[in-house]
Write a protein that binds this ligand. Structure first.
Ligand code: MN
Ligand code: MN
Length: 464
């Protein structure tokens, strides 16, 4: 029997904000859409553990959807779909819309690099009959998390004649894996009393790669390792100098939980936004708007360099698109808008002290908008305007997107940044939007399938 709602209850319904949970969606097909979409995502991240691999996966997806390769200087035709492969490390996928270009471009910008351990230029050495590779960590990691887990080696070696050798060891069932060893608890009495910062050193992150000597001679294990690499890949020690080799967690992403509602995997930050950015531009490949999906590199280390978001390539591409479609690039930029598609910290009830719950992203409550990021009083952030946030809110309400807003933890608890400010600095309205993650930057991170699916829905709402 329905009880009549009281006046206060009705007024609360009208005035109070209530965060939605995706599990409250009643549509019976919703659950299977979420799970099918998550299956596609898992395949994507399993084959995209480095920025180079993510570019290969993304190019395959957009090629199959009919996007054509674009080269700087090519004429761009309204109504056509393109992708620009920037040196195999970042990718710009775009649709030239049929409406006037001076209405602006709608940009979704995610990044495809993730924290990991890069090999040094002289990585290989032998110590007491064991061979190691020395690493220099990439991005913000908690060093102890990378010890004693199976690691795979991914990357490229480029020889002086330009020949590029792709290397992946540790992903195939028959492949060996590598590991960084840790101290046994029996002998860790001193280490255990040290602060985390000093208990684990960067120079201690050395990958154990073998122990069998080639013959009875000096550095026989090192020699054997080089011989194995030489037989398989044709490389010699000096080739490490022109290589990009990285250790990443070995193995595939897995469903997490009895209900399979989460995914545990490497590099959700930020492939969990990159994948929906790709699928949403594919889904909107007939849009009247000009839309662009950027998959950037180097976000984890400051967005510098030719493949990072600070590179002027984005301006060059907007110039080229504007010129081809008969618009003024300054006007195009001024009327463009961007979602900086990056992850946020999911509220973790295991660590309530670092969060302010009212302004945290709850798992399964949809995609998260961060109006601003930064640290120490909003330093180094793009603080999106009220007007722009209202515009995005309107799109999400129109399309029934489940979304929430959040800050990255408590005021002064820490902080972080994204590519948002570099794009906004080019006079393009920008706001951060992405998926909440638990254990961000750990070798294995956790996301909720509901939130992943809502990211796809939100990017589609933005593109259409
Ligand atoms: Mn990120
Ligand atoms: Mn990150």
């Amino acid at each position: 029997m329905d009880k009549e709602k009281s006046k206060e209850e009705l007024l609360k319904e009208k005035l109070f904000y209530k965060k939605e949970n995706a599990f409250d969606i009643e549509d019976k097909d919703y659950k299977s859409s979420v799970s099918d979409y998550a299956d596609g995502y898992k395949k994507f991240i399993d084959s995209s553990k480095t920025e180079r691999e993510a570019v290969v996966s993304a190019v395959k997806m957009v090629k199959e959807a009919g996007f054509k390769e674009y080269f700087l200087g090519d004429k761009i035709v309204a109504g056509e779909n393109y992708y620009f492969n920037n040196r195999d490390k970042s990718l710009y996928i775009f649709r030239a819309g049929t409406e006037p270009i001076e209405k602006g471009i709608r940009i979704c910008a995610a990044h495809i690099d993730s924290p990991r351990l890069d090999m040094k230029q002289h990585p290989l050495y032998e110590n007491e009959g064991m061979a190691y590779l020395k690493t220099h960590y990439y991005g913000g990691i908690r060093k102890y998390q990378w010890l004693t887990i199976p690691l795979a080696l991914h990357g490229v070696v480029t020889k002086t004649n330009g020949e590029r050798v792709n290397i992946t060891i540790g992903e195939d069932e028959c492949d060996p894996v590598f590991c960084i060893t840790d101290l046994l608890p029996h002998l860790a009495k001193d280490q255990a009393t040290k602060p985390l910062e000093s208990a684990f050193s960067g120079e201690g992150l050395n990958l154990l790669i073998g122990s069998e000597p080639y013959a009875k001679c000096d550095e026989a294990v090192k020699l054997n390792m080089l011989n194995i690499l030489n037989e398989k890949y044709g490389i010699v020690e000096s080739d490490f100098m022109s290589a990009e080799l990285m250790a990443v967690p070995a193995g595939k992403a897995k469903d997490l939980g009895l209900d399979k509602s989460f995914i545990l995997g490497y590099g959700h930050d930020d492939r969990v936004c990159a994948y929906p950015a790709i699928t949403s531009i594919i889904e909107n490949k007939n849009s009247e708007h000009t839309i662009m999906c950027i998959l950037a590199d180097k976000e984890e280390i400051g967005s510098e360099g030719v493949s990072g978001m600070k590179c002027r390539l984005i301006l060059d591409l907007i110039d080229e698109i504007s010129k081809s479609l008969g618009g003024n690039a300054s006007v195009v930029r001024a009327n463009s808008m961007c979602l900086s598609a990056d992850v946020s910290a999911g509220y973790d009830p295991m660590y309530p002290d670092v969060f302010e719950k009212r302004n945290s992203a709850l798992m399964n409550c949809g995609v998260v908008m961060a109006k601003y990021t930064g640290a120490r009083g909003k330093s180094s952030t793009n603080d999106a305007s009220a007007e722009y946030v209202a515009l995005i809110r309107n799109m999400f309400e129109r399309d029934g997107v489940i979304w929430q807003t959040a800050e990255l933890g408590k005021v002064d608890a820490g902080g972080g940044g994204t590519v948002a400010m570099y794009i906004a600095n080019q006079n393009i309205l920008t706001v951060d939007l992405g998926v909440p993650v638990l254990s961000m930057h750990a070798p294995m991170e956790v996301i909720a399938k509901n939130d992943l699916y809502q990211a796809h829905k939100s990017f589609c709402a933005f593109c259409k």
